[in-house]
Design a protein around this ligand. Structure first.
Ligand code: BEZ
Ligand code: FE
Length: 297
């Protein structure tokens, strides 16, 4: 055998050796572990050429499905549990260095429907005017992990509608709905109106959908509303509130549910709501207090 006749056994070493000149230590580590694990996988499953070609075609189709409204790679990462693993590792790392009275609010996946630049909203505003769904009143506080209120914290909120459809999924020119940025008052309080979000299937008409079907999995997420909560001097948290009696809480297709984020939605009759708004029809209320950890340094 010459030096250029790599074998199943020697090829991995030969590829790893090409990283010797890499000056970026972290990148070298990430790439060498990736190569090692990929080669181990290929050997372990005895990968056939046609299977590898199918995988490459799948990844190509995943890229080709992405556009300014659709992010199939995030969906792939989410449905394989990679996004949630990265979130959980980041949070474990942060809480290991913290000695707080109560932990920060748990984080979960951001998902593909975040849209930067949601409109600023006043406290008490309805962020889902004209959006299909049953009205819901959201209220609570943002505090630090010692329970001290944080004034001027930002809640960047978004959700699908009462039928589980996000604005980005609607055909035609993109128009934001059921989104908004709110700031807490001097006591760290927030309150706003939106709809009670429904469970929904992730987009199933692309390569990730075909993968989910072929794996024999369910494709739904339980009802939830998203938010990124941030404040100066604190670690921001990207999270959801899950509707307590929603279907699919046990089988979220992207593994995002955390018990601490499940919130009872209570039904109220038509009448005067807690913020003084006159509600002509029954509505839901959800209460949740967010906690942010101080940022290091
Ligand atoms: C979402 O909750 O918006 C979402 C998250 C992951 C995949 C699809 C949707
Ligand atoms: Fe969502």
């Amino acid at each position: 055998m010459t030096a250029h006749e790599p074998t199943v056994q020697s090829l991995t070493k030969e590829v790893l050796a090409t990283l010797e000149g890499c000056k970026d230590e972290r990148f070298r580590f990430l790439m060498s572990e990736l190569i090692q694990h990929l080669h181990d996988y290929v050997r372990k499953v005895d990968l056939k050429p046609e299977e590898w070609m199918a995988a490459l075609q799948f990844l190509t189709a995943t890229g080709q499905t992405c556009d300014d409204k659709r992010q199939e790679f995030i969906l792939l990462s989410d449905t394989l549990g990679v996004s949630m693993m990265v979130v959980a590792l980041a949070q474990a790392r942060a809480s290991a260095s913290e000695r707080a009275a109560t932990p920060a609010t748990e984080a979960t996946v951001q998902g593909p429907y975040y849209w930067e630049g949601a409109p600023d909203r006043d406290l008490g505003e309805d962020i889902a005017v004209g959006v299909p769904g049953e009205p819901a009143f959201y209220a609570g506080r943002v505090t630090d992990t010692e329970g001290r209120p944080i004034a001027n914290a930002v809640l960047d909120v978004w959700s699908g509608d009462g039928e589980g459809v996000y604005d980005m999924q609607i055909e035609g020119p993109a128009q934001m709905r059921a989104r908004g940025r709110l700031r807490t008052d001097a006591q760290g309080r927030y309150w706003f109106w939106s709809i009670r979000p429904s469970y929904y299937p992730i987009p199933m008409d692309g390569p990730v959908g075909s993968m989910i079907e072929r794996m024999g999995r369910d494709c739904n997420r339980p009802g939830h509303i998203h938010m990124i909560v941030s404040a100066e001097g604190h670690v921001p948290v990207t999270t959801h509130l899950f509707v307590a009696d929603s279907p699919y809480l046990q089988t979220d297709v992207v593994f995002g549910v955390r018990d601490s984020l499940i919130v009872p939605f209570e039904q109220r009759p038509a009448g005067t709501a807690d913020d003084g708004r006159e509600m002509p029809r029954p509505y839901w209320t959800a209460h949740y207090d967010f906690r942010l950890a101080p940022s290091a340094g």
